[in-house]
Design a protein around this ligand. Structure first.
Ligand SMILES: NC(=O)c1ccc[n+]([C@@H]2O[C@H](COP(=O)([O-])OP(=O)(O)OC[C@H]3O[C@@H](n4cnc5c(N)ncnc54)[C@H](OP(=O)(O)O)[C@@H]3O)[C@@H](O)[C@H]2O)c1
Length: 326
C-alpha cells in the first residue's frame, strides 16, 4: 500500500496546528480514483476551517483543491483512466497531501492548455468567478461593478472575466502594490479601503454613479459600507468573510439603501452535480482559452511549509493565488 505525506488538523487554532504526518493510502473503492498531486491550491476558506470559524470534524485533513495524475482507478469508474491529468475543487477536505483517493464524479480531466499548476491555482477560484459572472448576476456590457480585494485570488479572476464581458470594474485593495495588480487585471480605478470614506471615493471614481453589483468577500469590515455603493435595485453579493463574518442585516435597511438585493452564494451548490460541475469547468477552460481568465501565482510553498502560506494569506501580503507543492 502506498504511503503519503498529508497535513492534519488535530485541533482548531493558528497556523501552528497544521501538522505533517505519513498515512497509508488504500486502493481506491468503487467509484473512486487515486490521484497523485503535482500542485495543491490554497484557498482562503482553508484558514476559516483551520481556525474553526467554519468548524471541521477533527482530526481532519485540509484543503479543497488539487491537480495531478490518476494513479489507480476503482471499479465502476467511467471516463477516467490511469495517467489522465485531472483536477478537483470539492472532493471533501484533504487536498493538502501527496496522494489521495477521491470520488471520480468530483474530477475534471484537464485540457492541454491548462497546466497542473494553473488548474490547482484557479479551479476553485475560477469556478467561483464563473458563477458570480454567469449566475449570481449575468454580467452585461456596460455594467458598473465594485469588486472588493481585486488583487486577491478570486478578485483578480473576477475582475478580468467581468472586464472581458464588457463590464466596467472598480476594485478595492489595501496597498499600493495590490492597487497595481488590480489595475493590471482590468480595473479602471482602485479604491483604498484604508480610507474610511472609501464609499465616497468609489462614487467619485465612478463619476457619480453607483454599482449595478457589489462583490464583497471581505465581510465584517465592508458589508455595511458596500450597501452605500450599490445603485437603486442593485445587487450586493456577500460571498466571503476575509475580515470576519458580515453583520446581520435588517431587511428594512435594504429598502432605505435603495430597494437593494442581497445574496450570500457559495461555489459548492452551484457545482453540486457532476454534469453541472463539468459544464461550468468547460466554461472556465473556454474563458482561459480566450485569455479572459489568466493565472497570477503570487507565491509557492512546499507542503511542509503550508503554515507559512496561511500566515502570508492572513497577513494580506500575497497578491494573486498561492500554490502548495507536494
Ligand atoms: N462563496 C464562495 O463561493 C467563495 C468561494 C471562494 C472564495 N470565497 C471567498 O473569497 C474571498 C477571496 O478568497 P481567495 O482564496 O481568493 O483569497 P484572497 O483574495 O487571495 O485573500 C483574501 C483577501 O481579502 C482581503 N482582506 C480584507 N480584510 C482582510 C483581513 N482582515 N484578513 C485577511 N484578508 C483580508 C485581502 O485583500 P486586500 O488586502 O486587498 O483587502 C486579502 O488579499 C475569501 O473571503 C473567500 O472566503 C468565497
Amino acid at each position: 500500500m502506498p504511503t503519503a505525506r498529508r497535513i492534519v488538523v488535530e485541533a482548531h487554532g493558528g497556523p501552528e496546528v497544521l501538522s505533517l504526518v505519513s498515512v497509508d493510502v488504500p486502493p481506491p473503492a468503487a467509484g473512486e480514483v487515486t490521484v497523485r498531486h503535482s500542485a495543491i491550491g490554497f484557498n482562503f476558506i482553508d484558514t476559516y476551517q483551520r481556525s474553526g470559524s467554519y468548524p471541521l470534524d477533527l482530526p481532519s485533513g485540509l484543503g479543497f483543491e488539487a491537480a495531478g495524475r490518476v494513479e489507480a482507478v476503482g471499479d465502476s469508474v467511467i471516463g477516467i483512466k490511469v495517467g489522465d491529468r485531472v483536477a478537483y475543487m470539492n472532493a471533501g477536505v484533504g487536498a493538502y497531501s501527496e496522494l489521495r483517493n477521491v470520488p471520480a464524479a468530483k474530477l475534471v480531466v484537464l485540457p492541454d492548455n491548462v497546466s497542473d499548476e494553473a488548474a490547482a491555482s484557479l479551479l476553485f477560484k475560477g469556478m467561483t468567478a464563473q458563477y458570480l459572472v454567469r449566475k449570481t448576476h449575468a454580467v452585461q456590457p456596460g455594467d458598473l461593478l465594485l469588486v472588493h480585494s481585486a488583487a486577491g485570488g478570486v478578485g483578480q479572476i473576477l475582475t478580468r472575466w467581468a472586464t472581458a464581458l464588457g463590464a466596467t470594474v472598480i476594485g478595492t485593495t489595501s496597498s499600493p502594490h495590490k492597487r497595481d495588480q488590480a489595475l493590471a487585471a482590468g480595473a479602471v480605478a482602485v479604491i483604498d479601503t484604508n480610507d474610511e470614506n472609501w464609499p465616497e471615493a468609489f462614487v467619485k471614481a465612478a463619476g457619480g454613479r453607483k454599482a449595478r453589483v457589489v462583490y464583497d468577500a471581505v465581510g465584517k469590515d465592508t458589508l455595511l459600507k458596500s450597501l452605500d455603493c450599490a445603485a437603486p435595485f442593485g445587487l450586493v453579493v456577500i460571498y466571503g468573510a476575509a475580515s470576519g463574518r458580515a453583520p446581520a442585516i435588517d431587511p428594512e435597511l435594504l429598502n432605505k439603501k435603495g430597494c437593494l438585493f442581497l445574496t450570500r452564494p457559495s461555489v459548492f451548490p452551484h457545482n453540486a452535480d457532476p454534469e453541472t460541475f463539468r459544464a461550468n469547468a468547460a466554461d472556465l477552460f473556454d474563458a482561459i482559452g480566450k485569455g479572459h481568465v489568466t493565472v497570477d501565482i503570487g507565491a509557492r510553498f512546499p507542503l511542509e511549509q503550508v503554515a507559512d502560506a496561511h500566515r502570508a494569506a492572513e497577513a494580506r501580503s500575497v497578491t494573486g493565488a498561492i500554490v502548495i507543492t507536494p
